[in-house]
Design a protein around this ligand. Structure first.
Ligand SMILES: Cc1ncc(COP(=O)(O)O)c(C=O)c1O
Length: 412
C-alpha cells in the first residue's frame, strides 16, 4: 500500500486535529463539546449562572442539601443559596485543596440532592470517586470547574467527567473580556432542565423535547435571564491547551525551585491529573521561620511579586477600584452562615422544609480553617505566556531574598 493518504496511507494531520481548526466556524457550544467530549453544552451569562442552571437541572430546591466545600470562591456556595437549598460542607484534602472524599461520605444524608465539588485553583477534584459515591446514593455530581476548564483526569477533559460541569470565562483558563460561562453534560434531561433556570422562552421551546420542560417554556422557566455573553471565549479556546501547557512548564519550574526552600510546600498534583494552574498555591509553615504567612506575603508583595491569601482575604484584583476583603476564613465562617437568615424568617436554612437545620461552627472544617492561614498563591496572569522561565526565576529570586532576610521580618 502507498504511504500517500490519497492512495490509502495514513493522514499526516488527523481528523481530530482538523476539527480544531474549524471550531471558529461552528460556534462556541459545538466547539466546547468537541474540546471536552461532552455531548451537550449551553453558554450562559457567567460561571455562577452555569452553577445555578446545573443545580436547578438536578432539582435542588428548598429543604435539599447540597454537599460542597467552604474552601472556594463565593459563587459556588452562593449558587446553592440562589436555588434555596442548604449548603453542607465537607472538608478538603490538604494536598489538593479539593473535596475530601472520606469526609463527603460522612456528610451525605437522605436529604443530599447533589454533590458540588470544586476544581480549586485548577486542580480537578476527585470526580471519579465522587461519581461512585453519588451513584450509590442516586444523586448528581455537579463539578464546579470554573477555574479548571482546560484540566484533565487520566486523559479525559473536565466537562466530560461529572453529571454536570460549570465553566466560567471571567479571568479563567478559557477567557472572555465580557465574562460568561457554560454548563456541560452528557445527559439530555439535565441539559434541558438546565434551560429552565434562565433561558428565553423561545429558546427553551426550540431546544427542549421533554414535555415537562416544555410546559414551563412560556415563562422562560423561572423568568431569570442567564443568556450567554462572552462568545469571544472561542478565540481563547483555540489555543487554550497551548497556554495551559506553557503555564504547566512555568509552574513545574517553580515547583522544582521552591521545593528546596525550607518552610514552603509547593502544590501537589494527583497522579493522572492535568492541572490547569488557574492559581499556583503553596503552603507556608509559620513554625519554620517564626513569621506568619501574612507577613511573608507583605514582604513578597513589596518585592513586586503578587502573592494572595485567596480564601482568607478574597484578595482578588478584580477591578481597579477593588480592595481586599477581610473575609475572616472559609465560607462557613462568613456572616450569612453565622446568621442563617438570608431571605428573612430563617430561609433557606431554618425554614419548615429543612429536616435538620444546619449549624456552622469554627472547628467544623479543621483542614479548611488551617489552610486559610497557611497558603499563598500566584494568579494566572503571572504564570501564563508571555511570562516564561526567566520570569519564574525572578519569583524564585524574590522568595529566596525574603527567606534569606526572614529574621528582619521577625524584628519588625
Ligand atoms: C470556583 C469558582 N466558581 C464559580 C465562579 C463564578 O464564575 P463567574 O465569575 O463567571 O460567575 C468562580 C469565579 O471566580 C470561581 O472561581
Amino acid at each position: 500500500m502507498s504511504e500517500l493518504a490519497l492512495l490509502g496511507g495514513p493522514k499526516t494531520i488527523d481528523d481530530a486535529h482538523n476539527l480544531r481548526s474549524s471550531w471558529a466556524q461552528k460556534g462556541l457550544e459545538k466547539a466546547l463539546c468537541e474540546y471536552t467530549g461532552a455531548r451537550y453544552a449551553r453558554c450562559v451569562s457567567s460561571g455562577t449562572a452555569a452553577l445555578v442552571s446545573s443545580l436547578f437541572a438536578a432539582g435542588c430546591g428548598p429543604g435539599d442539601e447540597v454537599l460542597t466545600v467552604a474552601y472556594t470562591w463565593v459563587a459556588t456556595v452562593g449558587a446553592v443559596l440562589r436555588v434555596n437549598a442548604v449548603p453542607v460542607f465537607a472538608d478538603i484534602d490538604p494536598r489538593t485543596f479539593t473535596m475530601d472524599v472520606e469526609d463527603a461520605k460522612r456528610k451525605i444524608t437522605p436529604q443530599t440532592k447533589a454533590i458540588l465539588p470544586v476544581d480549586f485553583y485548577g486542580h480537578p477534584a476527585a470526580i471519579p470517586e465522587l461519581m461512585a459515591l453519588a451513584e450509590q446514593h442516586g444523586i448528581v455530581v455537579i463539578e464546579d470547574a470554573c477555574q479548571a476548564s482546560t484540566a484533565e483526569v487520566r486523559g479525559v477533559k473536565v466537562g466530560n467527567l461529572a453529571h454536570m460541569t460549570a465553566f466560567s470565562w471571567s479571568g479563567k483558563p478559557i477567557y472572555s473580556s465580557a465574562g460568561g460561562g457554560a454548563y456541560l453534560t452528557n445527559n439530555r434531561r439535565l441539559f434541558e432542565r438546565g434551560l429552565l433556570a434562565g433561558q428565553h422562552p423561545t429558546v427553551i421551546a426550540g431546544l427542549a423535547t421533554d414535555p415537562e420542560v416544555l410546559q414551563h417554556a412560556s415563562m422562560g422557566g423561572t423568568g431569570d435571564n442567564m443568556r450567554a455573553v462572552g462568545l469571544d471565549a472561542m478565540a481563547q479556546l483555540l489555543d487554550a491547551d497551548v497556554r495551559t501547557d506553557a503555564r504547566i512548564r512555568n509552574c513545574d519550574y517553580l515547583t522544582e525551585k521552591l521545593s528546596e526552600i525550607p518552610g514552603i510546600t509547593p502544590p501537589f498534583v494527583r497522579p493522572g491529573v492535568k492541572h490547569a494552574y488557574h492559581y499556583y498555591n503553596c503552603l507556608w509553615d509559620p513554625k519554620v521561620h517564626g513569621v506568619s504567612r501574612d507577613r511573608f506575603c507583605q514582604a513578597l508583595n513589596a518585592e513586586g511579586v503578587y502573592a494572595v491569601a485567596y480564601v482568607k482575604d478574597a484578595n482578588y484584583r478584580f477591578a481597579p477600584e477593588s480592595k481586599p476583603v477581610q473575609a475572616g476564613g472559609p465560607i462557613h465562617l462568613r456572616t450569612i452562615f453565622q446568621e442563617r437568615n438570608l431571605y428573612g424568617r430563617g430561609c433557606p436554612f431554618l425554614c419548615p422544609h429543612v429536616k435538620n437545620p444546619p449549624v456552622y461552627r469554627r472547628g467544623d472544617l479543621p483542614v479548611s480553617e488551617e489552610m486559610t492561614e497557611r497558603e499563598f498563591a500566584f494568579s494566572q496572569p503571572h504564570l501564563s505566556p508571555p511570562c516564561d522561565l526567566r520570569d519564574m526565576q525572578l519569583v524564585v529570586d524574590a522568595i529566596e531574598k525574603v527567606v534569606d532576610h526572614i529574621d528582619e521580618l521577625k524584628e519588625a
